[in-house]
Design a protein. Sequence first.
Length: 129
Amino acid sequence: MINTTDFPNRLLGGIDEIINRAFEGINAVTEAIAPGIYRFEDDDHYKLRLDVPGFTRDEISISLNDSELTVKGELDRDDPFLSNFEKSFNLPEDINSEEIEAKLDLGVLDLSFKKQKQETPTSRTIEIS
């Protein structure tokens, strides 16, 4: 004879086990997550694109120290889906550090670094006076 008092417990225990297995790979975020990063280059510029959805202009800072560029995202508010991040990049030597542009639009931070023109050596004769 089947004991019907054990049936609901076995059924619920099985569902509980299935749910636990389905969610065992999902953990709380405990470390800073770096945004998606994309690099481009054309004849005149280096370009860097970072995905920073949910961050405002006031929550993002960009600094340049020698040839190291650092982008930080620090939240001024509680948000269960976002976390602070910091990412540094070593920039090429041929950028003009005075002509760096940054634009934030719809969760995408675009940085543009103008390349310095390399002077091509020319040949000439120098007269002695």
